[in-house]
Design a protein around this ligand. Structure first.
Ligand code: BGC
Length: 288
């Protein structure tokens, strides 16, 4: 669906070569944003996302970066600014699973998941906050801004493409709330995102930076392909979803679009659960 909700804005989406990140990148481009499609290991898939966006009249570039690496994240933001002049929206989406029962979990499995899922969110959010501060409210020459307009964040906000100075959306998981045996590293990383996101939201809200999160449930992507495609596993998964269907990446993208837009301008430090009710303790449906 084409809208102009994010016209004149730039969105940087990490892990956007597939799954939820890809759907968010496409939705934001459809809403008028220029999009930086970050990827780690799938250059062809990232290029296809960029081409898809271009075919639909949007603007996008693909940038390779490991979100767990400080220098990569710095370069990612530099390339975004070189291509599009600024960043207005960060969607910190990259996430991986390296599952193992606790007795067998290697330090490498633990570290990989924490590096991508938690440290990656910190590094990207920090870089976004730094850039939002440097950008202020100025839109550069020829954009109709008046001198000195960046002072007093609400002044002239009606002329800016967004009421906020910048927006950060962390993609978490229902497992920031629901413990997950056999996936302790993943659940720990997502639990970490929750308090990181809320602490950051509290810290930077007064500057006009809105920080929020989305906690997706079972969304059909590569990360859970086995459970979604195997008949028995799929049935088991569905029994945990009151709404009775496995989610699509577009279900999450719709929420991300709303959180990035002025329609949610008074929403700060919130996590939206997009999970078909998975976080409602469905085991208790019949009275426990
Ligand atoms: C995980 C998926 C899982 C879903 C619901 C997500 O965060 O990445 O593998 O299917 O949570 O348990």
């Amino acid at each position: 669906m084409k809208t102009h909700m994010l016209a004149q804005q730039v969105a940087l989406v990490t892990g956007a070569s597939s799954g939820i990140g890809k759907a968010i990148a496409v939705a934001m481009a459809d809403a008028g944003a220029s999009v930086v499609v970050n990827f780690h290991s799938q250059p062809d898939a990232a290029r296809e996302v960029v081409e898809h966006i271009a075919r639909h009249g949007g603007r996008a570039i693909a940038v390779k970066a490991d979100v767990g690496s400080e220098s990569d994240v710095e370069r990612l933001f530099e390339e975004a600014v070189t291509a599009f002049g600024r960043v207005d929206i960060l969607v910190a989406n990259s996430g991986i699973q390296r599952d193992a029962p606790i007795g067998e979990m290697t330090l490498e499995q633990w570290n990989q998941v924490i590096a991508t899922n938690l440290t990656g969110q910190f590094l990207c959010a920090r870089e976004a906050v730094r850039l939002f501060r440097r950008q202020g409210r100025s839109r550069g020459p020829g954009d109709g801004r008046r001198e000195g307009q960046r002072e007093g964040q609400r002044e002239g906000a009606d002329e800016a493409p967004s009421r906020a100075l910048g927006k950060i959306i962390h993609i978490s998981s229902v497992h920031q709330l629901i413990p997950w045996a056999g996936h302790a590293n993943y659940a720990a990383s997502k639990g970490g995102i929750d308090l990181f996101m809320r602490s950051l939201a509290q810290e930077v809200a007064e500057e006009g930076i809105r920080v929020n999160a989305i906690a997706p449930g079972a969304i059909a992507t590569a990360i859970n392909r086995e459970s979604v495609e195997d008949e028995a596993a799929r049935k088991k998964m569905l029994s945990l979803i009151p709404y009775g269907r496995i989610g699509a990446p577009e279900d999450v993208a719709a929420a991300a679009l709303w959180l990035a837009s002025d329609a949610s301008d008074y929403v700060v430090g919130t996590t939206l659960f997009i999970d078909g009710g998975m976080s409602l303790y469905p085991e208790f449906r019949d009275g426990g």
